[in-house]
Write a new protein. Sequence first.
Length: 113
Amino acid sequence: MLIRLAAIACVVLIAFGQIVFKTAADAGVSAGTFIAPRPIAIAVAALATYGLASILWMLLLQHAPISRVYPFMGLAFVIVPVAAHFFFGDALGVRYMIGTTLIAVGVVVAVSA
């Protein structure tokens, strides 16, 4: 159970990092350049989030086979667009909902034992 929670935590951190990267990109557009204090600070926060996720992932891999935990990474394809919908107003269509349902079912099938 702890292994699965750690894997989900990694995915959530990676998804959060993607949202922060998008925020940095938007800040670069607003500033007219990516080489401005605000977009750089936000990008550094995104990189730090990725770094934390990577450390957690390596700790997780010390205790679990990659074949058992890697399927959880598919959940990022569900979490990121849903978060983008709420944070940035990205549209989510019927095809997206069908696809993410298939991904979620696939993750459950792959990690169930």
